[in-house]
Design a protein around this ligand. Structure first.
Ligand code: ADP
Length: 469
């Protein structure tokens, strides 16, 4: 239900709005009641103090009876109209009513007897005839009548109907206003959220138009709302990465098919030529030998392609164990020795004690076999290859130096790219251009480093550093 931002915003807003509105309504209702009833109390209190003042004057002259009579006669306005809702009465301590407003006497009714209290008493009472609530304010005053103390309680009461009418009107106004404001808010919020989220829709449409064929396109970062700029930036960064990955993939595919085209063409042309007419047994053997050699080369290329793509997509598992690096180097040298002998190149391995590293034996052997084989391959008759080992801080570094054909400055970085072969090596020396990318991937997967230093026609040194045990 809350899967949409729009719905979440509307629900939250309306919940908070209703809570605030209801709380505010209740508070205002309470305050209004206090004000309205308070003003009735003030009016009634001034009424009883006025009456008590009139009586006090009469008592000074010793005329209590006349005073009470005068209070009744002096009544004017609403107090003089029968059952008008505005009343007063004067009661002695026995509960006997000594004087009443004409509004009571004319209707021949009386108010409930008020409590005797020197403090002002505010209470709600029932009306003289109906259940209509009335507000009563009363207080007991003491008069000195010829040396004798006389306690009289003055009570004034007003109907609360007009006050309750004001409160009812206020409550009804709130009850009508709440649903109307509620509906207006829903409509307003709906349009606001719709308008606010519109750019998101436009943005997602733009993204939807980008396909694998148009990965070079970018989402504009200038003509969109500020809140969407970080999303657009991240999306464009992701597109750049995807574009690079797609391009690499495409290049890899075309390089791989290009590399395989030559041996396939060789095999096909040998088959064509051989099958054109009947051949002697030796001729068939020759043709099959060439086909065999070429397909072996092809298999080696395919295996390297698979290996490179495994490293690129990081689908490989290292069996890390404690290794004696000198053993690995001795084995690699022994493996390349016959080939070096064939090429007239001398291999020299420094003699050192045991040096331990944590690595995958097979992978690390592959690294050194490759590097030493290259040092022999790209060398000259009578050339030399020296293998030295140094311990530098946390690393053990192996330097393989040759005095072969060397590399130009601009070729030093490129040799680690897939299928890259220096032009002069092509044709003359067999190879696929996949050895060094694999070497680099293996070294880096061991958190090691590989560097190359070279001078054209003077020689090359590859330095491979691996973490010590
Ligand atoms: P391959 O040897 O199969 O061609 P590599 O990836 O091992 O592929 O090497 C890439 C290129 O780097 C080689 O073709 C060669 O031109 C150059 N290279 C590698 N090692 C050396 C070296 N020791 N001296 C000179 N050039 C080298």
């Amino acid at each position: 239900m809350f899967g949409s931002i729009k719905l979440k915003l509307i629900t939250w807003f309306l919940a908070v709005f209703t809570l605030v509105f209801v709380a505010l309504g209740l508070f205002l209702h309470y305050e209004l009641k206090e004000i309205v009833v308070g003003s009735v109390d003030d009016h009634l209190y001034s009424e009883i103090t006025l009456l008590a003042g009139i009586l006090a004057k009469e008592v000074e002259h010793g005329h209590v009876e006349e005073g009470l009579y005068e209070i009744t006669e002096a009544a004017s306005g609403e107090y003089a109209v029968s059952l008008s809702g505005h009343y007063y009465q004067i009661v002695d301590t026995t509960g006997k009513v000594l004087g009443r407003s004409p509004s009571l006497t004319l209707g021949d009714v009386s108010l409930p007897i008020p409590p005797i209290s020197k403090d002002v008493i505010h209470i709600n009472i029932k009306g003289p005839l109906s259940d209509i609530p009335h507000r009563s304010v009363s207080q007991t005053f003491t008069f000195d009548v010829v040396g004798e103390e006389l306690d009289l309680t003055f009570q004034a009461a007003d109907s609360l109907e007009p006050s309750y009418y004001v409160l009812r009107s206020f409550r009804n106004m709130i009850l009508i206003a709440l649903p109307i404001l509620f509906l207006i808010s829903i409509a307003g919020l709906y349009y606001i959220t719709r308008y606010a989220l519109l750019p998101l829709g436009i943005f997602s449409n733009k993204i939807g138009l980008i396909t694998a064929r148009s990965l070079n396109e970018r989402v504009g970062e200038k003509d969109i709302d500020a809140e969407l700029v970080p999303i657009a930036k991240s999306f464009n960064t992701m597109l750049s990465r995807l574009e690079k990955a797609f391009t690499r993939q495409r290049e890899f595919l075309s390089d791989a098919s290009h590399e395989l085209r030559t041996p396939t063409a060789v095999i096909k042309s040998h088959c064509d030529i051989t099958l054109r007419r009947d051949r002697s047994e030796d001729e068939y053997r020759d043709a099959l030998g060439t086909i065999m050699k070429t397909s072996t080369k092809m298999t080696a290329i395919i295996e390297r392609i698979i290996e490179v793509s495994r490293f690129e997509s990081k689908i490989f598992h290292l069996k890390v164990v404690k290794l004696n690096l000198m053993d690995v180097l001795r084995e690699a040298v022994a493996l390349i020795e016959p080939f070096a002998h064939e090429q007239g190149v001398t291999l020299t391995l420094c003699d050192l004690d045991e040096l331990h590293i944590l690595a995958d034996r097979e992978r690390v052997s592959e690294v050194f076999v490759n590097i030493i084989e290259n040092a022999v391959k790209y060398n000259r008759q009578g050339g030399k290859v020296d293998i030295a080992v140094n311990s530098i801080e946390d690393y053990v570094c192996v330097s393989v130096s040759d005095n072969g054909i060397g590399l130009h400055e601009d070729e030093k970085d490129k040799i680690f790219e897939r299928f890259y072969r220096v032009d002069k090596s092509r044709g003359s020396v067999p190879g696929s251009g996949l050895g060094l990318p694999i070497v680099k991937a293996i070294v880096e997967s061991h958190r090691g480093k590989i560097e190359v230093e070279s001078e054209p026609d003077e020689g090359t040194t590859f330095k491979i550093c691996l973490l010590k045990d």
